[in-house]
Design a protein around this ligand. Structure first.
Ligand SMILES: [Zn+2]
Length: 144
């Protein structure tokens, strides 16, 4: 664990007060046409249907962006915000991973992530997705 409850009270308080919004996010709409294909793939796999246009897409400049739990390539925030680093906008698995969070409306990783092939990285270069798993698992509940 990178931080405990006692180590970073200010950070924790900030997280709880404001659901995390990455700094420098640039909204883009509509998403690339390819995203509709990926969305449909996740819909089919998860057996959940939802309108793709409910998603608020944000591009994060650069290769990664800062979050309370370290650098990330992608981030999902309830209810329907997805943040993707610029250089990963065409990273199918990453985008599908965040899409699945939105379809399921959960920041956790039920087995369907595995079923749909977007849970665990297949190569070492996908290591950040493993960190993403830890991030979600430790995420405080979002207040409605
Ligand atoms: Zn995730």
């Amino acid at each position: 664990m990178k931080h405990g409850l006692g180590a970073t009270p200010l950070l924790l308080a900030a997280c709880l007060a404001h659901p995390f919004e990455p700094a420098g996010a640039r909204p883009f709409s509509p998403p690339p046409p390819l995203y509709a294909v990926w969305w449909q793939r996740m819909e089919t796999c998860a057996q959940i249907t939802a309108p793709l246009d409910r998603i608020e897409w944000y591009e994060m400049p650069g290769d990664q962006f800062a979050t309370p739990d370290g650098p990330r390539w992608g981030w999902w925030g309830p209810p329907h915000a997805i943040y993707i680093a610029t250089t990963h906008l065409s990273d199918e698995r990453l985008v599908e991973h965040e899409m699945l969070h939105d379809l399921l409306q959960t920041g956790s990783h039920p087995v369907v992530f595995q079923t749909c092939g977007v849970q665990e990285p297949v190569t070492a270069s996908r290591g950040l997705l493993r960190m993403d798993v830890q991030r979600h698992d430790r995420r405080p509940p979002v207040q409605p």
